[in-house]
Design a protein around this ligand. Sequence first.
Ligand code: ZN
Length: 353
Amino acid sequence: MRLGVDLGGSKIEIIALDDAGEVLLRERVATPHGDYQATVRAVAGLVEAAEQRVGARGTVGVGIPGAESRASGLIKNANSTCLIGQPLKRDLEALLRREVRIANDANCFALSEAVDGAGAGVQVVFGVILGTGVGGGIVVDGKVLTGANAIAGEWGHNRLPPDPCATAGFAQPAGFDSAEQCSAKPCLRPEGGGDSVSPLRGSSILAVPALGRPGGGNPAAEPTCYCGRQGCIELYLSGPGLAADHRRSVGRHAGADFQAIDIAARAAAGDAACDATLQRYEARLARALAQVINILDPNVIILGGGLSNIDRLYQNVPRLWSAHVFSDQVATALVKHRHGDSSGVRGAAWLWP
Ligand SMILES: [Zn+2]
């Protein structure tokens, strides 16, 4: 039996899978808020209760919103901050008297989808979480690629690649930021535009200082991330990031308080401002994923998290990313998850072969 635990900020969930991957049991409890010792005891308690109910002992894998430092074995990069700096693996192993495997929750998502989900049988899977935050995980030949720093796939705190037109220094109307608009019309930007634009080209329009802002638009509006960097992908492609972008674009007009889910619903119903926000979102997602494709060249990119339910992404984003990928054709597929909210626990269980 395999036991998988998804240790989230608000809930801890456990699943028990038999050898065939069938679900034997599933339970969840609230995460003890801000209390590390209580959190460790809650995880161990769920494991012991599950084993009692099933009547068998299992392997234990745990997915966490963070990573285990290769250097210290302590938890880092966790948005559930009470985990940071704690020896979670050691503490769980002491309580459960066995080896415990711990992995980043986005890695668990990618693994779950690679084993028997939307990426089953595929060689290279990039799993993306577009939710409260933005994470990513890589699975190659059915195995999680953890990486030298335990951050493989963590693309959410890269800087969002700039819109080519904004970088070339063209003044843009508010909210204009679409590679689609660039490729759909004859684009005015110089060949090889971007940071290397030469003032010798002499066009008066180049007198506008190059903005180089990832989101395009007003430099003052560029948001700062909790990680201390500016212009992180997560600031634009997370649910709160989408809502904030909409707020910036509508200003004090109606809709400034819309959440991501409202914006998607209203765009589908024909609201022009919400549709424009989603177009910017799609262009940004396309640029960000094109960089992943150029480096990792995955067979499939699988979207999870709340924003993965926006169906138009699966048509529009691949149409937009081609312009940024260094290839004649782009064979990479963009698909929706199969296991949804269950991917965290399922992937944690699959950390054991
Ligand atoms: Zn960041």
